[in-house]
Design a protein around this ligand. Sequence first.
Ligand SMILES: Nc1ncnc2c1ncn2[C@@H]1O[C@H](COP(=O)(O)OP(=O)(O)OP(=O)(O)O)[C@@H](O)[C@H]1O
Ligand SMILES: [Mg+2]
Length: 388
Amino acid sequence: MRVLLFTGKGGVGKTTVAAATALRAAESGMRTLVCSTDPAHSLGDALDVELGDTVLPVTGRLDGQELDARDRLEEAWGSIRDYLVALFQWAGAESLDAEELAVIPGLDEVFALAELRTQAESGEYDLIVVDCAPTAETLRLLSLPDVLGWYMERIFPAQRAVTRAVRPLMSRMVKMPTPGEGVFENVRRFYDRLDGVRDLLTDGSVSSARLVVTPERMVVAEARRTFTYLSLFGYHVDAVIANRVLPDAVTDPWFKGWRDAQAEHLGTITTNFEPVPIVQAELAENELVGIQRLSAFGASLYGDDPPDRRMSTVEPMSLRQRDGIPVLSLNLPFTTKEEVDLGRSGDELYIGIASYRRAILLPDSLRRRPVRRAHIENARLDIEFGEV
Ligand SMILES: Nc1ncnc2c1ncn2[C@@H]1O[C@H](COP(=O)(O)OP(=O)(O)OP(=O)(O)O)[C@@H](O)[C@H]1O
Ligand SMILES: [Mg+2]
């Protein structure tokens, strides 16, 4: 079973490439599901078929789904939210503010991820292709299992039994609202689901992220940042798809400027993302809508290659020994030392780049060791640990 996530800047061709990849896979015999997590769905329009929140057949081996996670969110989140509202009120927040505070942005998207896990575990598919929302939302979506899990573990102690014992005491002493049984149930279920999603999406042998770009300066600049953040959160980027490349058949001098610019940016993309391979996709001669055209586009994208083949095995994070010193190494190209924020609290390490932060729970072997040195070399952030 493989999962392929397609992401990139708005309008570059994510939906088109995702749909074409899924069709190609289905034609080569794989039981495939293509689903969109972008609330502004256009997958059905691209394939020119009716799609919805439930899985519907597209072609023989291909199913499609446009996830609408809001209802599911309301169901599971309801009692957790009620508790948070009570907690915020206790802390002095006005009731209206409390209502607003208790909605974690992007939570509905998390439910889209949870649904993804259900499909992955159903055993019904060999490949799940995900058409993601434009970059910013996707990053938030993909970092949520990490961030939310971190908060959950702190707001709601994992050991419910322990809390059950201290609850009467807590209520009496501080009159702080303590979560009821139902809340615990839901949080536990909620978190367990997310936990699995994260494991699924950061396992490089199962899931790969593919960055769709067009050979344009601003698109490439954003793709570099996206690549960094994806690596930070442990996602494996196995290919960059350069879309809308002008075909040789276009010889009109009008396009000379475009062709020169594209050649320059394609060069930049190739050297920038090395060793991650670049797959080129030409600008088609007409709109890529409908199964037939998308299927032809998929064939030109992958040729005889299986569309789900893992194209690069660069590890986003690894633990190595160098001269007997343990080194935690993160693949963070396009980053300078000044941009990285490092922090340590007990057995956790915090890594921040711009507005994205990740908390990494250190493995047993590193827990008691101090961080000795951190530096960036060959696109990797190496964090060296000292003696206990
Ligand atoms: N290689 C191509 N040749 C011709 N047309 C293309 C190509 N790739 C994409 N298109 C067209 O460009 C438009 C935008 O593509 P698409 O919807 O796949 O982009 P997107 O990245 O999913 O956009 P959004 O960010 O809005 O989700 C569509 O009309 C699509 O048919
Ligand atoms: Mg799209």
